[in-house]
Design a protein around this ligand. Structure first.
Ligand code: C2O
Ligand code: CU
Ligand code: CU
Length: 456
């Protein structure tokens, strides 16, 4: 694959950039004719944050925040982000869940060259689907995401959705000790199992916050799992909460129920009827409290439950005529102790092949080749006892069925494949490119559980 020469930060002065402020400064002067645009300048840089009270941690931040600045635009409009790398490592940005052209997908050596320290890269794409998405690097992932390079990307519906209030809640557990120092982001023993967990759970960078919400109102809560490892078993005991969208895509509203398992990379949009002023609700991960939601006196008249959100324009797969492809997610017992010095451990593979993150040419050997415009069914088979949130770039897919639980078919970009589960998903291969297909437990992805699928 060939790429054009990268651009160097020194050239910015000549471009008339007004100042490298920490937040999403608008800088583009020209406007294209038809499509409305949303322009951001986004800087990645080290930032001291107080995650553990009384201690400073040097995180890596997007737009002066960790988790990163919330980027927003409207469905069908154009998002332009001048990304400036002020870190001392190379990086990229991947736009998780957005169906975009390959050149904007942020995968090093597959869609672009790494953005070197001091360089910038202009991302520019239309956002076809409304919903809750996010962005993160696709390079040095366990460390880069671990240090805080994760941020929300919210695409608003074309028409008002009926929600008068909303909140974005970014879930992340930091790999920190009691003094706020980073601990190992990836430990071989854990990478070969469920992944290396962080210790400090946070929402929007705060441990167990209390969030005040307007009493009696219906609020849209966008919960984003931006964690490297953890599947959150979300529950809101005592709450009147309904699911409106999964991973960006609308579903027929239904009660949250007892618990929803939100794997790494996954999102859920809930509508919550906020309790009366002063009443508190725990938002929990299993039995652990993540946040306290508290009703706050409001003079607004209580809102109604909004109608279902409009479906995104995702092509409906032809399940009858589809070809079926099988993908086995396997555990391999290559223990780190037996590896030659310097070799990268490999614990996982797909159909007998382990991805090697050190090999720039891995994507030249796609695991499957799909014909543009055709429908496919993927049979996903988890051969191990650890969960894999299976994610595909560039395309949305429809979850059809599982041998473990009943499925109401829905569109997504990430499916949490439970232990020893077999699930069927379907898609129309309508976006040409080379698309990464991987587990979003970062440890698994970096030790083999990744592949490329081409659409030609
Ligand atoms: Cu969240 Cu390869 O992506
Ligand atoms: Cu992605
Ligand atoms: Cu996995």
């Amino acid at each position: 694959m060939s790429f054009t020469r990268r651009q160097i930060l020194g050239g910015l002065a000549a471009l008339g950039v007004a100042g490298l402020g920490a937040s999403g400064v608008r800088y583009w002067l020209g406007r294209p004719e038809n499509v409305a645009t949303h322009d951001y300048e986004l800087i990645a840089a080290p930032l001291d944050v107080e995650l553990v009270p009384g201690h400073m941690t040097t995180a890596w931040a997007y737009g002066g925040q960790a988790p990163g600045l919330e980027l927003r635009c409207r469905q069908g409009e154009r998002l332009r982000v001048r990304f400036i790398n002020k870190l001392d490592v190379s990086t990229t940005i991947h736009w998780h869940g957005i169906r975009l052209p390959l050149a904007m997908d942020g995968v090093p050596y597959v869609s672009q060259l790494p953005v070197l320290p001091g360089e910038y890269f202009d991302y520019d794409f239309i956002t076809p689907d409304a919903g809750s998405y996010w962005y993160h690097p696709h390079l040095g992932s366990s460390e880069q995401l671990g240090r805080g390079l994760v941020g929300p990307l919210i695409v608003d519906e074309r028409e008002p959705s009926g929600f008068a209030h909303e909140r974005t809640l970014c879930l992340k557990s930091w790999h920190l000790d009691e003094q706020g120092a980073f601990t190992a982001f990836s430990v071989p023993r854990d990478a070969a199992r469920g992944g290396t967990p962080g210790r400090l759970s946070t929402i929007n960078g705060v441990h167990a916050p209390t969030l005040d919400l307007p009493a009696g109102e219906v609020v849209r809560l966008r919960l984003l799992n931006l964690d490297n490892t953890l599947t959150y078993r979300l529950n809101l005991p005592g709450a009147d909460a309904r699911i409106y969208a999964l991973d960006g895509n609308p579903v027929a509203p239904r009660p949250l129920g007892k618990e929803y398992w939100l794997g790494p990379g996954m999102r859920i949009d809930l509508a919550l009827r906020v309790p009366a002023a002063g009443i508190e609700l725990p938002l929990r991960n299993g039995p652990l409290r993540l946040a306290t939601l508290r009703g706050q006196a409001s003079d607004a008249t209580p809102g109604e439950w909004p109608a279902a959100l409009p479906a995104n324009p995702v092509s409906e797969p032809d399940v009858e005529g589809a070809q079926t492809l099988r993908f086995n997610f396997e555990w391999t017992a290559t223990l780190a102790e037996n590896l030659p010095a310097g070799a990268k451990a490999s614990y996982w593979q797909i159909n007998g092949k382990a991805w090697d993150i050190a090999d720039k040419n891995c994507a030249d050997k796609p695991i499957a080749s799909l014909e543009l415009g055709k429908s496919y069914i993927f049979e996903l088979r988890n051969m191990a006892q650890y969960q894999h949130p299976i994610h595909l770039h560039g395309l949305s897919f429809k979850v059809l069925s599982s041998n473990r639980h009943s499925v109401i078919p829905y569109f997504t970009d990430t499916y949490l494949l439970g232990k020893n589960e077999v699930a069927r998903i379907a898609l129309v291969a309508d976006n040409p490119g080379v698309w990464m297909f991987h587990c979003h437990v970062i440890d698994h992805m970096e030790t083999g559980l990744m592949a490329a699928i081409e659409v030609v």
